[in-house]
Design a protein around this ligand. Structure first.
Ligand SMILES: N[C@@H](CCC(=O)N[C@@H](CS)C(=O)NCC(=O)O)C(=O)O
Length: 254
């Protein structure tokens, strides 16, 4: 998988017959769909795009040019992480990721909904720090407390059960990024191990889930990308090893 982000003027790579996900390597919404593709072991191609200079063809799959977008058949796309993920789960039911009980499915959706204000506090803290106000930090911690309470009342390793499910893969990409905030000077967003013991155990368990491990990035990598975006020049290709030139070390003169 190339980590290079294609941009305006670049051609759409040839279709290989697999599912294809258009993503941006640092986008939490795109990560949700990558995790579902991984968890369901669905063969797929990933195409990363530069969101500041979008290639023209992305609009064929996603009318506003947002990621993720899924090319489910050649030339045909659907977009929005939640819609893509439910589609994938229903179309490929071998590894079911949604709860079978309709009430639990509703509760999972409510949990994601209630967690949205913690996510939005994260976005402000990371990408618009001047607009950060104390109520947002409170919302963030309310979100963490809610998750911890839910883990306690469900009494399972993951929110979904003994194995992670859609609810876990939907929330995880944000939890992964929260750890970058203290590195960006936002110590009020640190996740205190003594206050959030159960939640921290859950975060550690999630980090070891193969579908997550295969795509997760370290907090300092997220922090580095965030800093580049804050400077107005998002470094989309910072993980693209193909851009590193192949200079051989020179032989020392005898
Ligand atoms: N509700 C959408 C949100 C997707 C979204 O906002 N993606 C961002 C990147 S993280 C994007 O594509 N931004 C580019 C733009 O808005 O033009 C989802 O869940 O997929």
């Amino acid at each position: 998988m190339s980590e290079k982000h294609l941009q305006a003027g670049d051609v759409l790579p040839p279709h290989t017959g697999k599912l294809r996900l258009f993503a941006m390597r640092f986008c939490p919404y795109a990560e949700r769909s990558v995790l579902v593709l991984n968890a369901k072991k669905l063969e797929h191609d990933l195409v990363f795009i530069n969101l500041d200079h979008k290639p023209e063809w992305i609009f064929n799959f996603s009318p506003k040019g947002t990621v993720p977008a899924l090319e489910y058949e050649q030339g045909k796309g659907i977009f929005d992480s939640n819609i893509i993920n439910v589609y994938l789960d229903e179309k490929y039911p071998d590894v079911p990721l949604q709860a079978s009980d309709p009430l639990r499915r509703a509760q999972d959706k409510l949990l994601v909904e209630q967690f949205a204000s913690a996510q939005s506090a994260y976005y402000t803290a990371a990408f618009n720090p001047a607009a950060l106000v104390p109520s947002m930090v409170e919302n963030y911690h309310k979100g963490l407390e809610l998750l911890q309470k839910e883990l306690q009342s469900r009494g399972t390793k993951y929110l979904h059960g003994d194995e992670p499910g859609l609810v876990d893969y939907t929330l995880w990409p944000f939890l992964e990024r929260f750890e970058a905030l203290p590195l960006l000077g936002k110590s009020e967003f640190a996740i205190d191990k003594s206050k959030y013991e159960l939640l921290v155990a859950y975060l550690e368990a999630m980090k070891n889930v193969p579908a997550v491990k295969a795509y997760a990035l370290a907090p300092d990598t997220h922090a580095k990308f965030t800093e580049s975006r804050l400077k107005g020049d998002a470094d989309y290709n910072m993980l693209d090893t193909s851009a590193v030139c192949c200079m051989r070390p020179r032989k020392k003169k005898e």
